[in-house]
Write a protein that binds this ligand. Structure first.
Ligand SMILES: [Zn+2]
Ligand SMILES: [Zn+2]
Length: 270
């Protein structure tokens, strides 16, 4: 059984997951069976199980433990040059990097964040320019053309602010990190579909097949620069960035391992 089926036992109102293929018959296991399997998997793949539940918002505690586990991992693999550049701030740097790496990983669950364009309000102020004409021209429509022209010269542009629906979030005030491919990571390859006359899909070019928008590593760079002001872009790219990326990859690797173990345990239960 897939790990995502276990989520329903934590919050019954969780979204229905579109893709439960690969899970032959989730109903054959009871909730108790599943929770027992979760417990067993946790004892064998703590990091991965916690990370997976954390990204699916099962509990705040899971987030803390995942970031903490990432910090521990980061300590073990800190490159010498990173440690040297960070000096006394290394501890803080590792926490910042671990938090951001987790955030990056967590986005894959289609989590939501507040829309920054409207600060979550769903509406934005838009400047609207309207042209106001002199009312006299309207009151006396019988003026001759030349006179009317004189009056239209008195037209003036009035700039007003108006509340309009935020385009970034469509008025929802929230953005999901899900890509416009609806998180599928695949889009229809129109050229190939036409050629072969059957629907052909390709990796979504916007998210490179991941299905979600990643946190750009420049965000992490800016955060670290607060702690290490001398950090240059080139030194970030050379020494820090690969290290940072290892941290988010670690979450995926651990999740993959947890998934494998959970799968095995539930297979045995059936
Ligand atoms: Zn918005
Ligand atoms: Zn996409």
């Amino acid at each position: 059984m897939k790990l995502e089926n276990a989520l329903k036992n934590f919050h019954p109102k969780s979204p229905t997951f579109g893709n439960v293929a690969g899970c032959t018959s989730p109903d054959r296991l009871t909730g108790t069976d599943i929770m027992a399997a979760v417990g067993m998997a946790e004892s064998q793949a703590k990091f991965g199980m916690t990370a997976y539940f954390a990204k699916n918002d099962i509990s705040e505690k899971d987030k803390f433990s995942t970031v903490e586990a990432l910090v521990q991992y980061a300590k073990k693999i800190t490159p010498k040059l990173v440690a040297k550049a960070a000096g006394k701030k290394l501890g803080y740097c590792l926490i910042v990097l671990a938090r951001m790496a987790f955030e990056d990983y967590a986005r894959s669950a289609g989590s939501v964040c507040q829309c920054s364009a409207c600060s979550g309000e769903g509406m934005v102020n838009k400047k609207v320019t309207t042209t106001k004409y002199s009312s006299r021209a309207a009151i006396f429509p019988s003026f001759s053309m030349s006179q009317l022209k004189r009056y239209t010269n008195t037209e003036r542009n009035v700039v007003e602010t108006e509340k309009v629906i935020c385009e970034s979030c469509n008025g929802k005030g929230q953005l999901t990190h899900r890509c416009r491919c609806k998180g599928r990571g695949k889009v229809l390859d129109e050229a190939q579909t036409k050629l072969q006359d059957v629907p052909i899909y390709k990796d979504c070019p916007r998210c490179a097949g991941k299905g979600f928008n990643r946190v750009p590593s420049s965000v992490a760079y800016n955060a670290i620069r607060h702690l290490v002001p001398d950090l240059t872009q080139s030194s970030w790219s050379r020494n820090w960035k690969p290290f940072y990326e290892k941290l988010s990859r670690k979450c995926y690797t651990e999740e993959y391992e947890a998934e494998r173990i959970f799968n095995k345990i539930t297979q045995e239960q059936m």
